[in-house]
Design a protein around this ligand. Structure first.
Ligand code: GRF
Length: 197
């Protein structure tokens, strides 16, 4: 039976990747993680991929902070294509996506962002929500375009902000929502599972 063949890009600890891999393992998501790629050699997401026997690749990002060097982005595209990836999942990927990757996977790259977009795009969105006095925060899964957190929204999940919240507490609450939302959205995008007998 066909499964959605995923490539996962991340720069951090990889808790969203873990949630996705768990959903695949427990049968809630009809997909297969073919490769995990990071721009950070020591990133937890690569270690997690190793543990789960999923191909893990570090790609040296080059001289820019907010995007990959064009050659590095080409390398990412080549790795994804070699691995037979159909759909690209950004899970804590900290760089903008440029033409080579966008053109190789049109409308096939999604991201999760820790705010209720279009509010608070950009870095540390939960801190932005706290600073703005928001009473509600959350996360958004969206298609990726060339802007920063601007692509078409697929789904959002809200969490409350409590007056006593620290940034860490709010981020942790948002991450719990992320770990539910991301696998659920992917399950909707994946081919239907056959009925359990
Ligand atoms: C998440 O909060 C996600 O919204 C943002 O980066 C963080 C990644 O966390 N894009 P993790 O690496 O999945 O734990």
């Amino acid at each position: 039976m066909e499964k959605l063949k995923l490539g996962v890009l991340g720069s951090g600890k990889g808790s969203n990747f873990r949630a996705i891999a768990d959903a695949i393992q427990t049968g809630g998501l009809n997909a297969e993680a073919r490769i995990v790629i990071s721009d950070v050699e020591s990133a937890g997401i690569l270690a997690l991929a190793h543990e789960r026997k999923i191909r893990a690749e570090f790609v040296a990002p080059g001289r820019f902070k907010t995007k990959l060097e064009p050659e590095a982005e080409q390398r990412v595209v080549a790795l994804l294509q070699e691995a037979g990836v159909e759909f690209v999942v950004l899970a804590g990927w900290m760089r903008m996506i440029k033409a080579p990757l966008l053109e190789a996977f049109p409308r096939r790259i999604i991201n999760i962002h820790p705010s209720l977009l279009p509010a608070f795009p950009g870095l540390e969105a939960w801190k932005q929500a706290l600073a703005a006095g928001a009473t509600e925060a959350g996360c958004t899964v969206h298609y990726v375009d060339s802007g920063m957190d601007t692509g078409e929204i697929i789904a959002r999940s809200a969490v409350p902000v409590f007056p006593t919240d620290t940034a860490e507490e709010l981020h942790a609450r948002i991450q719990v929502a992320e770990h539910r939302l991301y696998p659920a959205v992917l399950a909707r995008l994946a081919p239907a599972q056959p009925e359990a007998r």
